[in-house]
Design a protein around this ligand. Structure first.
Ligand SMILES: C[S@@+](CC[C@H](N)C(=O)[O-])C[C@H]1O[C@@H](n2cnc3c(N)ncnc32)[C@H](O)[C@@H]1O
Length: 217
């Protein structure tokens, strides 16, 4: 499993910096949109928050009646999530979700965690997601973006906690499409003074094809 020593070391600071888990109203609205899409899809299996960090979004999903599992490689981020939300199901694992077997998931939320997956590993991670998503399953990803008209797809940036890469929205969406996930919605927010150095992108996809699908258990 991927180690995240940077997040382990800075988990207390992270928790203090984002006491309610969000840094803007747009982010909150995007997650609400994910919750609504999940409900509309008739979600019947678990929903995974990939890179759940201190657990706020996973907790919100559980209060809305979804069966949620928070997954994160950082033991210290998970310790904060556990302290704050003792009833939340939490698993120490990375974005490949190897410990989740072949569950048929209803949805995956991945806010600012795919940025820490080295680009050459992203295709395998997304294939692992598609294999575990039921048809109609909803995926929301949020990530620091590069400009939509940039000539390149991905570049490393100086994240304070861990190695990180930002993606051109179309390139990330195309990666998701290759595993059978069709884009349904996107929001790109421009940089903003104080807390957002780069454009940020939220993408919502739905699993439409059976490519990469595992048999239901
Ligand atoms: C910027 S934080 C975001 C936390 C939470 N999703 C949120 O929105 O507040 C990034 C999280 O991704 C986790 N992470 C780092 N590498 C990861 C990987 N390879 N797979 C899954 N999660 C990872 C980190 O441990 C950290 O908790």
């Amino acid at each position: 499993m991927t180690d995240q020593p940077g997040y382990d070391a800075l988990a207390d600071l992270y928790d203090q910096t984002f006491p309610d888990g969000y840094s803007s109203d747009e982010e909150r609205a995007a997650v609400d949109r994910f919750d609504t899409a999940l409900a509309d899809s008739g979600a019947s299996g678990p929903v995974v928050d990939v890179g759940c960090g201190t657990g706020h979004q996973a907790h919100e999903l559980s209060t809305k009646g979804f069966d949620v599992i928070g997954v994160d490689p950082s033991a210290e981020m998970l310790a904060h999530a556990r302290r704050r939300f003792p009833d939340l199901a939490l698993v120490q694992d990375d974005a490949r979700l190897g410990s989740l077997g072949t569950w048929q998931l209803s949805g995956i939320l991945a806010r600012y965690s795919l940025i820490h997956v080295p680009p050459e590993q992203l295709a395998d991670v997304l294939a692992a997601w598609a294999m575990r998503l039921r048809p109609g399953g909803v995926v929301m990803t949020a990530f620091q973006a590069i400009e939509t008209d940039a000539a390149h797809d991905v570049e490393e940036f100086d994240h304070v906690v861990a190695p990180a890469w930002r993606w051109r929205p179309d390139a990330m969406s195309a990666m998701l499409a290759t595993v059978g996930l069709a884009e349904r919605w996107r929001m790109v927010t421009p940089p903003a003074d104080g807390f957002r150095r780069f454009p940020e992108c939220h993408l919502m996809h739905v699993r439409t094809s059976r490519r990469g699908a595992a048999p239901a258990r």
